[in-house]
Design a protein around this ligand. Structure first.
Ligand SMILES: [Zn+2]
Length: 92
């Protein structure tokens, strides 16, 4: 009779252990997905303004934000002095 109780206690202990492990894993994954969702939201919100597309200067090859670059004839330049000399090119 005592062996049955012992067996029952062992089985209950195993069931409780598996349940606690499963719930802990479930909670961890839930926290993980919440963090991922929050991270994605943060990236989405910063993606509106903070992350700018980078362009390369056609003259010196330096990379800079597109808003800081000077666009000229479909190319981007980092500064005005890197623009091709249009007066020599045009002639007039
Ligand atoms: Zn340049």
């Amino acid at each position: 009779m005592a062996r049955i109780f012992l067996l029952l206690a062992v089985v209950l202990g195993i069931v409780w252990w598996i349940r606690s492990r499963a719930s802990a894993r479930d909670e961890a994954s839930r926290t993980n997905s919440a963090q991922q969702r929050q991270q994605a939201a943060t990236e989405a919100s910063t993606g509106d303004g903070a992350i700018e597309p980078m362009v390369q200067c056609a003259q010196c090859g330096v990379h800079l934000p597109r808003t800081d670059a000077i666009a000229w004839r479909g190319l981007h330049y980092c500064r005005r002095s890197h623009l091709p000399d249009s007066s020599a090119e045009g002639g007039a």
